[in-house]
Design a protein around this ligand. Structure first.
Ligand SMILES: Cc1cc2nc3c(=O)[nH]c(=O)nc-3n(C[C@H](O)[C@H](O)[C@H](O)COP(=O)(O)OP(=O)(O)OC[C@H]3O[C@@H](n4cnc5c(N)ncnc54)[C@H](O)[C@@H]3O)c2cc1C
Length: 771
């Protein structure tokens, strides 16, 4: 015992103490805003992936997100009704806004108060239900989705629920829930976008007159831009930096970022002008104010919360970010994959459905797998929020990777439908999604920044079992406690890294079979759990060596940080995909999608690891990392081509897989709607195929040889006249032709497009010109 004690002391003083000294030197300098950002929120499955040995049993026992009866009824009734009140073409070319009936409907039916607890009159929906609503609205119209999304994301309601004074909650929350107030939240300024903590907007504590009395308040000046709902909001959440030069509140002169709620009609508030974001018609615009006096009671949480704004924003960011963009972008992906899958069956070139060409098959299958994986991420992440997590790293992963996958799905969809997607008009079901994709990429943390700085930057510190604790130990004021704590953590950390290094090497040499998986996974997916564990161990080992060798300079090495973040993210996406497969009851018809999605994640994670090794700033360490992780070279291949045709088969016909994959799509009942038309045209295209095959056979047999063929319409007529097909078959072909033409034709307008009325003077097959 004594010997052990002596040895420990020797270790502490001879080894740990100099390391602690060096560690303090390489610790990146951190401002309080950075510290608050890093420490905000919680870690969840991301921490398991970072541990090198994820506990699969844990993942599989998290409850499966489900809707209550009330939430399901809301989705089936109110959400469907809201969708039916909006016509995208009308919104984007004539009204330049949601129709008044839609505004009224969403306000009166509490769409703006989904996250407000029922005791304040809100719907108090789960995060999963909230996500389901946004996903479905996004398959209809972006203005509708965004107008609902923003009040339920980070903004006045969320901040009031967590930090409001009882008076503020009692007054504002019921008004926000009932749609009597429309909120907006203004943080971004022309000079501070991504670096939002650097906002120059300021308030000075001073005395002034409010409601006829002299009170202590603030004189606030701001210049904000890009603020969603600002032009129509009645209640403006405002972030600014508060100063107290005269010491009216205490000794602190720079109090810090503060959030206040300012009524729109407060004297001095300039608001109402609009930006024009890529033809999306949700309300968005600037707001300004110069030396606007407001009482301290306007501060969210009252005067005690002055200076706490950044912490409040960071603490609440994760919940909204887990839902808004992942849901709206999954909505876009679902709509794209559903309509484009059908279009690939309806549209023929070279006398073949375009989806039968291998080139299209490859692209359509990729769209399917991306949509499956994104949906899995959306559901799993919303589920984490419902478990009470504020998953800061996971929400960044979901935001970045779902929006990037949506960009890929929509781009792919546009490529498949060709000119049909390019010519705008009421029958174009994709053009607006394509236009608006960059919005999701930019908001709630622009994607390049999120990938380069946030995912691994925050993940490495938050998810790592020891780093944050070691940093806290190093910053401990009492030197003895600091060294004691640091010593204990350091040796645990060394054990952790050694274990991961050895496991990485062993699995590199002998394959992922060295890992035993506790969870009773489906046999058809078991290998993936092992492979994810293998890459998780490589990530943990690589992350440790990277932090050890690069220290504080890692913050500037964004390419390294981005790639390691990619590994973490791909492992998260693969885990979510496997979980979705389990949650859906291991549907065999989904397997090709699951295989493709997971294999792509593993391949991408491997590429990111190899790129990290190849570009590692210290060559020797890069080689060592590669030798440990992939001693025989790359182990994972991209998904095989063989999966593609199985996936496309499901996406090009009405199928259970297609329905599950696109379950959130609003399918309009209006026969003039392009999404409705495409659904009908798909049904008839399939029914017509055996009849066409019969005609083709007759053609091959020379039945029509004396009647040169012009097009399939003529030959069907001929087959009918020659009694080769029945009246019903002929009529079915005629219906198919009519529906197909509705789908493939595009709109045209009078020559002078300067007149907005021209956009309502539409002509296409539905007006009867070629039916
Ligand atoms: C339609 C729309 C709605 C919005 N709604 C709101 C709202 O309601 N309220 C609100 O407050 N704000 C809102 N915003 C603002 C939005 O959050 C910002 O646009 C976003 O934070 C990015 O800021 P920026 O556009 O000024 O880009 P910049 O900050 O100028 O960034 C430019 C580029 O630099 C990259 N970049 C920046 N720093 C780094 C780094 N360290 N490493 C790598 N890359 C980096 C970014 O990723 C981006 O690609 C909205 C914006 C838009 C366009």
């Amino acid at each position: 015992m004594l010997l052990f004690h002596r040895l420990r002391n020797w270790r502490k003083n001879t080894i740990s103490a100099p390391i602690l000294k060096a560690f303090k030197k390489v610790l990146p300098p951190m401002s309080s805003t950075e510290k608050e950002a890093i420490e905000a929120g919680t870690v969840w499955w991301d921490a398991e992936l970072f541990s090198g040995n994820p506990d699969w049993q844990k993942l599989m026992t998290y409850p499966v997100p489900a809707l209550t009866r009330q939430e399901q009824a809301f989705l089936d009734n109110e959400v469907e009704q809201a969708c039916s009140l909006v016509n995208d073409w009308q919104v984007t070319t004539q009204d330049m806004d949601l129709p008044e009936a839609a505004w009224q409907y969403i306000r009166e039916n509490k769409f703006l108060g989904m996250i407000i607890p029922p005791q304040y009159g809100g719907l108090g929906f789960s995060a999963f239900a909230h996500s389901e609503v946004i996903t479905r609205l996004s398959t209809r119209n972006s203005a509708l989705a965004v107008s609902v999304m923003v009040p339920n994301s980070l903004g006045p309601a969320e901040l009031l629920v967590h930090y409001g004074t009882p008076e503020q909650k009692d007054y504002y929350l019921p008004r926000l829930a009932s749609g009597q107030e429309i909120p907006a939240f203004a943080l971004t300024s022309p000079w501070a976008g991504s670096d939002a903590a650097a906002i120059p907007d300021s308030g000075i504590v001073c005395k002034g007159v409010w409601n006829g009395e002299e009170v202590l308040g603030m004189r606030v000046s701001w210049d904000k831009r890009y603020i969603t709902l600002a032009p129509v909001c009645t209640l403006l959440g405002l972030a600014f930096r508060l100063y107290d030069p005269d010491g009216l509140l205490g000794n602190q002169k720079d109090i810090g970022i503060t959030c206040a709620l300012v009524p729109r009609d407060h004297p001095g508030v300039e608001i109402g002008r609009r930006h024009f974001p890529l033809n999306a018609m949700f309300m968005n615009g600037p707001t300004r104010g110069k030396d606007v006096f407001m009482p301290l009671d306007f501060i969210i949480g009252g005067p005690e919360m002055a200076g706490q704004g950044w912490r409040m924003l960071m603490e609440c960011l994760a919940a909204g970010r887990s839902i808004s963009l992942p849901s709206s972008n999954v909505g876009m992906s679902q709509l794209t994959v559903r309509t484009v899958g059908a279009y690939s069956r309806i549209r023929k070139q070279f006398n073949l459905q375009i989806g039968r060409f291998e080139g299209i098959e490859e692209v359509l299958a990729r769209m399917g797998a991306n949509t499956y994986a994104s949906n899995a991420v959306r559901i799993m992440t919303a589920g984490a929020v419902d478990l009470g997590e504020k998953p800061s790293v996971v929400s960044s992963i979901a935001k970045y990777h779902v929006t990037e996958r949506a960009r890929s799905v929509v781009n792919d969809g546009m490529d498949i439908i060709g000119g049909k997607g390019i010519c705008l008009g009421p029958s174009n079901f994709m053009g607006r999604a394509y236009q608006q994709i960059p919005i999701g990429i930019t908001v709630e943390g622009a994607n390049i920044l999120t990938r380069s700085l946030i995912i691994f930057g925050q993940g490495a510190i938050r998810c790592h079992p020891y780093i944050l604790k070691e940093m806290q130990a190093a910053q401990e004021a009492d030197p003895t406690t600091s060294l004691d704590n640091f010593d204990r953590l350091l040796w645990q950390h060394i054990g952790f890294s050694t274990r991961n290094g050895l496991l990485t090497l062993a699995s590199g040499l002998f394959g992922a079979r060295v890992f035993t998986i506790q969870h009773h996974a489906a046999p058809e997916t078991m290998k993936y759990y092992r492979q994810i564990t293998r890459l998780s161990s490589a990530l943990a080992f690589m992350a440790d060596l990277t932090m050890l060798s690069l220290g504080g300079s890692l913050k500037r090495r964004e390419k390294i940080s981005a790639r390691l973040g990619d590994v973490l993210a791909q492992l998260y996406i693969a885990s979510a995909t496997l979980r979705q497969y389990e949650n859906n009851g291991r549907q065999q018809d989904e397997l090709p999608l699951v295989h493709k999605a997971v294999q792509q994640c593993l391949f991408d994670a491997q590429s990111a690891l190899l790129q990290t090794c190849r570009n590692f700033p210290k060559r020797g360490i890069g080689l060592l990392l590669r030798l440990f992780s992939f001693p025989w070279g790359a182990s994972f291949s991209p998904p095989s081509d063989a999966l593609d045709s199985a996936i496309c088969e499901q996406l090009m016909q009405p199928s259970a897989t297609r329905d599950r994959l696109t379950v959130n799509c609003h399918i309009p009942k209006d026969i003039d709607d392009p999404v409705h038309a495409i659904e009908q045209a798909l049904l008839y295209a399939i029914k017509a195929e055996p009849i066409e095959a019969k005609i083709r056979q007759d053609e091959k047999n020379g039945i029509f040889k004396n009647h040169p063929r012009a097009n399939d319409r003529d030959i069907a007529q001929l087959a009918f006249e020659m009694n080769r097909i029945s009246t019903e078959e002929y009529e079915l072909l005629a219906t198919r032709n009519r529906l197909r033409d509705t789908v493939i034709h595009v709109d045209d307008f009078p020559p002078d497009l300067r007149n907005p009325a021209a956009f309502m003077n539409i002509r296409n097959t539905r007006q009867g010109d070629r039916t």
